[in-house]
Design a protein around this ligand. Structure first.
Ligand code: MN
Length: 382
């Protein structure tokens, strides 16, 4: 029986790779829904090729172009972010791949879980902002959340067959990004162009900047806390420049398991969709002799202050991770437009963490308000 999937953010890096996985396994998957933010050209191509029942373009100015291009197709076309939150509830859908960028992933993910859809989670910001709400809802609705993020997929794979065996600790591996080993003096003057050159992974702009600043790894720590029900002290980060070991789990007997492979997001995407099965692929295989020296080094929490701030936010809990996420989204946007320096991003994020009101047990509405207020404050600090 084929699995019916909805892909939110189908024109982004994860979205397009998800469609490659679908294309390689035409018997297994049927695409019911595709949504995009504003890349209407690619969305049209994808819609014609994969014939979903529904497509949504978030950006309303692109709606006419989309309807015009698809008028001969038996495809329903909608626009706006509310439409995305609605279409994920369609009865035919089995699993929703959340591959949009940032905070915008939160509401559709909540709606999908409430409609009892399993989630292949690529939008880590959803768990960073509101992990507590998401996990509670998933439990109440009997929904599984399968990680797409490569580190979390690695941990998920290591936990396979471990049943009730407790995790002592996890190690999230980090490539260190393009500025590994650099000090603050160097980082002061780096540009967005330099930051966009990731050594190992080909990803979207937002996550590539987050990788360069190490905020991505900080967010992944928070994501792991919620996915695997861990205490902050059980989450550690180790820099591993080759990106071959995708993360490790240490069990209570001291044994460690790692998941390895060449860096290719299609593998974790596919596993999130086929779990517990592994489908045959023709991806290039890892060869030990090409990598005789796998190396590991400590993370630099001082030069990459974002990592420190994210761990502080994880410890503090409440709406603090929501604050750090919203401030970071504003900073990354500004950095991409050369409106803020690389190190300044952390300073403004820290300023937001200090100044915004702390809420220890936020409701969904509290998160919405925190997100809006943080964005305002962060913009004012530019
Ligand atoms: Mn990752």
């Amino acid at each position: 029986m084929s699995k019916h999937i909805a892909i939110l953010g189908s024109t982004g890096s994860i979205g397009t790779q998800t469609l490659e996985v679908v294309e390689a396994n035409p018997e297994e998957f049927i695409v019911d829904v595709l949504t995009a933010n504003n890349n209407v050209e690619l969305l049209i191509k994808q819609a014609k090729k994969f014939k979903p029942d529904v497509v949504v373009i978030a950006c309303e100015e692109r709606y006419e172009e989309l309807t015009e291009a698809l008028k001969e197709e038996p495809i329903k076309v909608y626009t706006g972010i509310d439409a995305i939150a609605q279409v994920v509830q369609m009865s035919s859908i089995d699993v929703v791949v959340t591959a949009m960028v940032g905070y915008s992933g939160l509401l559709p993910t909540i709606k999908a879980i409430e409609a009892k859809k399993n989630i292949a989670l690529a939008n880590k910001e959803t768990l960073v902002v509101a992990g507590e709400i998401i996990q509670k809802l998933a439990l109440e609705n009997g929904v599984s959340i399968y990680p797409v993020d490569s580190e979390h997929s690695a941990i998920f794979q290591c936990l396979s067959g471990e049943f009730d065996n407790s995790i002592e600790k996890i190690y999230l591996t980090a490539s260190g990004g393009p500025f590994r080993g650099k000090d603050k003096k160097f980082l002061e003057t780096v540009t967005s162009k330099q930051a966009l050159k990731h050594p190992n992974w080909d990803m979207g702009a937002k996550i590539t900047i987050d990788s360069a600043s190490m905020m991505n790894k900080g967010f992944e720590a928070i994501e792991a806390k919620w996915l695997f029900d861990l205490k902050p002290a059980q989450v550690d980060v180790i820099v591993h420049p080759q990106s071959i070991v995708h993360s490790l789990v240490q069990f209570e007997d001291g044994s460690m398991k790692a998941q390895m492979g060449l860096p290719d997001m299609k593998l974790p995407i596919q596993f999130a969709l086929t779990y517990p099965k592994r489908f045959k692929t023709d991806f290039p295989r890892f060869n030990f002799l090409d990598y005789p020296n796998l190396s590991f080094e400590p993370a630099d929490y001082e030069s990459f202050k974002n990592l420190n701030l994210a761990f502080q936010a994880m410890e503090k809990g409440g709406n603090m991770p929501c604050i750090i996420n919203a401030a970071n989204e504003i900073m990354v946007e500004a950095f991409l437009k050369d409106q803020v320096g690389f190190l300044q991003m952390s300073d403004i994020i820290e300023g937001c963490m200090d100044q915004l009101g702390f809420i220890s047990k936020p409701s969904y509405e509290d998160y919405v308000i925190t997100d809006t207020e943080t964005r305002k404050l962060a913009l004012s600090m530019l």
